[in-house]
Ligand binder design. Structure first.
Ligand SMILES: Cc1cc2nc3c(=O)[nH]c(=O)nc-3n(C[C@H](O)[C@H](O)[C@H](O)COP(=O)(O)OP(=O)(O)OC[C@H]3O[C@@H](n4cnc5c(N)ncnc54)[C@H](O)[C@@H]3O)c2cc1C
Length: 325
């Protein structure tokens, strides 16, 4: 069976890997470069920021993806010497009312304690991992190539009036099944999904670290987080903007993110912002992805709408889709 995966973000790549493992002939079509969508822009926190506010399905998808990442981490390192920087850093959550989070952790039997960082007291959850999304993409790209998955970058796929998928030259793409993993752009390929999957822009900044600053854990404080990459740089974010595919990067947003970061770590006042970027998350109601077969085109399936947690959820959602085929 030939399966075409449309969209080469983290979901499409892991989806393709899982099909290939089952022995299918698999191709990925990507309109730009592998990983260049939301995946490239992410912070890489592998946990819901305020888990008690989400439907249990979101936590379960993330939880069920953990083992996959620890194996993928080893595999990519052994095969290609790429460290995707998947490691347990823990997360300190500082919000006004900690009680609901504490109750949720007790109910889920998740270990936690109270910790202080620079005068910020909050709940510390130890079992929280992070990853470097850009490194993950480099690793996934090499891995899908290594597995013999056909990769078609710079192929913008469209649906024609006969409900066939075509490339930029209007050639029909042949295959037995089509799996759409086109992230925030999915409704271009199926207008029934517009309104259900929509872009939510997010901006992040990255501080240089020339003075050996060390942030042991992810810090979350009132809709804002700060974390450290393994090269020492610090990532701060993010915005949540319902502005369509508006690509503007404003200095006001940069300053707002900088101020919040300095509020947590005053030493950052002496540090330059190296990078400022945005991405379009595939927004969905309650952050619950749509994983289903198309009701009209029975050869078409969707795995889309991972919103804020697509990297963390991808392995478990791809497994759910494999079971639908
Ligand atoms: C600022 C920010 C911070 C984030 N932080 C985190 C985090 O800490 N943890 C976490 O788990 N998640 C985080 N996310 C969310 C995460 O990035 C997304 O949920 C995830 O990347 C979605 O993956 P995807 O593969 O569905 O989409 P994408 O990565 O967007 O991939 C979809 C791909 O499909 C391609 N495509 C679209 N249409 C077509 C077409 N017609 N033909 C061919 N190709 C097409 C696009 O070019 C794109 O590459 C963050 C996102 C942002 C923006």
């Amino acid at each position: 069976m030939k399966i075409n995966v449309i969209g080469g973000g983290v979901v499409g790549c892991i989806q393709a890997i899982e099909f290939k493992r089952l022995g299918f002939d698999v191709a990925i079509y990507e309109k730009n470069n592998i990983g260049s969508g939301s995946t490239h822009s992410a912070a890489g926190i592998m946990y819901p920021l305020l888990p008690h506010l989400y439907d249990v399905e979101v936590y379960d998808f993330i939880h069920d993806s953990k083992t996959y990442y620890s194996i993928l981490n080893k595999t990519i390192f052994e095969l290609f010497d790429i460290d995707i920087e998947y490691f347990k850093s823990g997360m300190l959550v500082n919000i006004e009312d900690l009680k609901p989070l504490e109750e949720w952790l007790i109910k889920k039997k998740i270990e936690y304690n109270f910790k202080d960082y620079n005068g910020l007291t909050g709940i510390f959850i130890d079992d929280v991992y992070q990853i470097n999304p850009k490194k993950l993409i480099s690793g996934l790209f090499k891995y899908i190539k290594y597995l013999g998955i056909h990769i078609y970058e710079n192929h913008h796929i469209k649906l024609n009036t006969k409900k066939q998928f075509t490339d930029d030259l209007n050639n029909v793409i042949n295959g037995d099944k089509f799996v759409l993993t086109a992230g925030a752009w999915t409704s271009e390929l199926n207008n029934q999904l517009s309104g259900k999957i929509y872009p939510i822009k997010g901006q992040l900044i990255e501080f240089e670290n020339t003075s050996g600053l060390h942030l042991q854990h992810i810090i979350y404080k009132n809709n804002f987080y700060l974390l450290q990459r393994q090269n020492g740089s610090l990532i701060a974010g993010s915005t949540l903007e319902n502005v369509g595919f508006n690509e503007d990067l404003s200095n006001d947003d940069l300053m707002m993110l900088r101020e919040k970061a300095e509020n947590i770590m005053p030493e950052l006042k002496r540090h330059k912002v190296l990078n400022h970027w945005y991405g379009f998350r595939p927004g969905s109601k309650d952050n619950i992805p749509i994983i289903q077969q198309d009701s009209d085109n029975l050869n078409t399936f969707y795995n889309v709408g991972h919103f804020r947690y697509g990297i963390s959820m991808a392995p478990a959602t791809t497994k759910k889709l494999v079971n639908l085929l």
